[in-house]
Structure formats: structure tokens, C-alpha cells
Design a protein around this ligand. Structure first.
Ligand code: ADP
Ligand code: NA
Length: 342
């Protein structure tokens, strides 16, 4: 049987929010802590993806550093997990080019994320080019990120399912042309696969939504958490019920609570029926409290990690990560180049 290789990534485009955490990051740590010695764990800060939308360079530099600190603060251990910046490992871009020589334009043009990112709301300061090639071919780079490490399992939120399907398609097309070289990975969805915006609960919580009150950042202060949860949009119905279609705002708060509290027993419906008679105000207090309790140790570790050794610690982690990820990627590239005739 093939060795298990877990790969995932996050864009360093700001401090991660509760959706990133419950949908992805928390699982990365769980998988690290449950993995046997043979399992390879590779987690990337995908900074080349970040620049598909305009980023202020100084801000991006800062966010890259902070995002690395966050990955350590949530409990990823650089001795166990390979943690690195995508731009430090050029093989990702090289494989992207090779894959783009067999990838389907028709398939890419059906990607829903491409369509939604073309709307200006996400694009705080758009480039002058109206249709950027990088935004369009983004999923090919994502496929390369995964395939270059021969990942078998990719833990992501639901918004990435379509891209993972495309990744498998890229691998299959490449293999069809050049032989069994690339590994088709499995998508691993977290139970909290889609946490919604606090203000527009029909949309997912996202780093790029314009209103910062729509998301809780994983280093928000207790005060800020309380304010944001209090301001979360619900409805005017009195009782507490779990009804994602009819009462999406309330359902989202219940989901958050359920995934933060002990979700291994019972269901979110059970949780709702236990609370049927409490007020929404009381529910929000309980949600805010659960979030605070959960995030406090992360916030504290984050502050420590950021300044450890006068910042040197983070640089060391990034360099060692790039080194390990580079070796993992180069091993694949040797076979890929050979298969293609390069
Ligand atoms: P964002 O979409 O907020 O910019 P990324 O694209 O960097 O975040 O995604 C990082 C990870 O977080 C991905 O696995 C993605 O599926 C997951 N994720 C993002 N938003 C949510 C959400 N609202 N609920 C659950 N998972 C999410
Ligand atoms: Na995303």
C-alpha cells in the first residue's frame, strides 16, 4: 500500500478566520497528532495564489509572516509537519506549466470560484487587466501544489471540492498521456465544511469579504468576539431550531457552537433541541464564550511565536520547511521530466 501523504494550503491574505479554522486548520493539527510515523504531512502558505488578486506588497510581506506564526500557534509542529511558503519551492510553478500543457480550458472555465472572483466585490483594488490569466489558471497551480508532493489526502473546506476534482482530472490526463506518474488525491472534508458569514449567512465566511464584522479572526480579543457574535444576523422567530435553509444565521451559530463543543457525541439538531427555550441573546453568549475559550490559547501562543528569537525562529522554520518541501517536490519532478522527455 502507498504511504499516506497529507497536503493542504492556505493563502497568506490575512489572519485566518473561524471558517478557515473549523473547515481546515483544526483538521491539519488533528491529522498531525493522529498520524503514524509513516504519514507525511505537508502544509503550505500559498503566496503565489495570493497574488492572483492585487495585494499591497508591504502588507503581503507582513501577512506571510503572521500566517506562518498562526500555523505554529494552532499547534502544527515543524518537526513533524513540513510547513513552507509555496514561492520558496519553484517546482510548484514548473509542474504547473507542465500540467497546463494538458489541462482543459473548457473545464477551467466552468470553475465557480473563477466566476465569483471576477466580480469586483472581492477585488478591493483590481489590476488594470480586466481578465487576468493567473486568476483563470489558479486551479492548475493548485493541482501542481498537490500533485508535486504526491499527496494522497487533501483536507479542505467545501469551497475547494471542485478544484480537487479538477486536480484529479489533471493527474488522470497527464497519466493518460505519459504513463502512471501522478497520484490522484482524495478530498477530505471536515465536518464543519462550510461556516457562513455572520452578516450574510447565505455566503461563506471569507477573508476577502469587505465587512470585517462578517468574520471572526482566530486572534480576535474576547471583546471583539463578543461584539461580532452579538451583531450576527439571526431572525425574529423566538425559539431555537436548527433550520439551515429557513434560518441560516441561527443555524450557523449552532454549527459553530457544535463544532467547538464536544461534537463527537450527539448532533447539531440535538444541541438545538436542548436549547429550544433559551433566548437568542443567551445562545449568542454561549457561542461567544465557546469561541473565546477555544481561541485564547492560540492567541497567546501566536504572540509568543511572532517575537521568538527576535523573529529568527520564524525564518528558521520557513527555511527548514522550504528545504524539506523542495526535496519532496524534486523527487516528483525527476520522474515527471523524464516521463515528458525533458
Ligand atoms: P479564504 O477563502 O477565506 O480566503 P483560503 O482560500 O485561504 O481562505 O482557504 C483556506 C482553507 O479554508 C481552505 O481549505 C478552504 O476550503 C477553507 N475555508 C475557507 N473558508 C471557509 C469557510 N467559510 N468554511 C469552511 N472552510 C473554509
Ligand atoms: Na477559499
Amino acid at each position: 500500500t502507498r504511504k499516506k501523504v497529507i497536503f493542504s494550503g492556505i493563502q497568506p491574505t490575512g489572519i485566518p478566520h473561524l471558517g478557515n479554522y473549523l473547515g481546515a486548520l483544526q483538521r491539519w493539527v488533528q491529522q498531525q497528532n493522529e498520524a503514524d510515523e509513516d504519514t507525511k504531512l505537508i502544509y503550505s502558505l500559498v503566496d503565489l495564489h495570493a497574488i492572483t488578486l492585487w495585494q499591497n506588497p508591504a502588507q503581503l510581506r507582513q501577512w506571510r509572516k503572521e500566517s506562518l506564526a498562526i500555523l505554529l500557534a494552532i499547534g502544527l509542529d515543524p518537526k513533524r509537519s513540513t510547513i513552507f511558503f509555496q514561492s520558496h519551492v519553484p517546482a510548484h510553478s514548473e509542474l504547473m506549466w507542465i500540467l497546463s500543457c494538458t489541462a482543459s480550458v473548457g473545464y477551467l472555465s466552468r470553475m465557480t470560484q473563477w466566476k465569483s472572483k471576477m466580480s469586483v466585490e472581492d477585488n478591493a483594488k483590481p489590476f488594470d487587466t480586466p481578465l487576468q490569466l493567473g486568476l483563470f489558471s489558479y486551479p492548475v497551480l493548485q493541482a501542481a501544489d498537490i500533485l508535486v508532493h504526491r499527496a494522497t489526502h487533501v483536507p479542505v473546506g467545501e469551497d475547494q471540492s471542485q478544484h480537487l476534482e479538477f486536480t484529479r482530472n489533471c493527474a488522470a490526463t497527464f497519466n493518460h498521456n505519459y504513463g502512471q506518474v501522478l497520484v490522484e488525491p482524495e478530498t477530505v472534508l471536515s465536518p464543519a465544511k462550510r461556516i457562513m458569514s455572520l452578516l450574510e449567512p447565505q455566503k461563506k465566511m471569507s477573508k476577502s469579504a469587505l465587512n470585517p464584522k462578517s468574520r471572526i479572526l482566530i486572534i480576535d480579543s474576547s471583546e471583539t468576539i463578543k461584539k461580532k457574535v452579538n451583531a450576527a444576523l439571526t431572525d425574529s422567530i423566538d425559539s431555537i431550531t436548527f433550520d439551515p435553509d429557513g434560518r441560516p444565521g441561527l443555524a450557523n451559530l449552532l454549527q459553530i457552537l457544535y463544532h467547538l463543543e464536544n461534537s463527537s457525541t450527539g448532533s447539531v439538531e440535538d444541541l438545538a433541541s436542548d436549547m429550544v427555550d433559551i433566548s437568542k441573546r443567551a445562545l449568542k453568549e454561549r457561542v461567544a464564550h465557546a469561541i473565546e475559550q477555544h481561541l485564547l490559547p492560540i492567541r497567546e501562543r501566536y504572540q509568543e511565536v511572532l517575537v521568538a528569537d527576535g523573529g529568527q525562529f520564524l525564518d528558521d522554520v520557513a527555511r527548514e520547511g522550504a528545504d524539506k518541501a523542495g526535496k519532496s517536490a524534486d523527487a516528483t519532478m525527476t520522474i515527471v521530466r523524464d516521463a515528458v522527455g525533458l
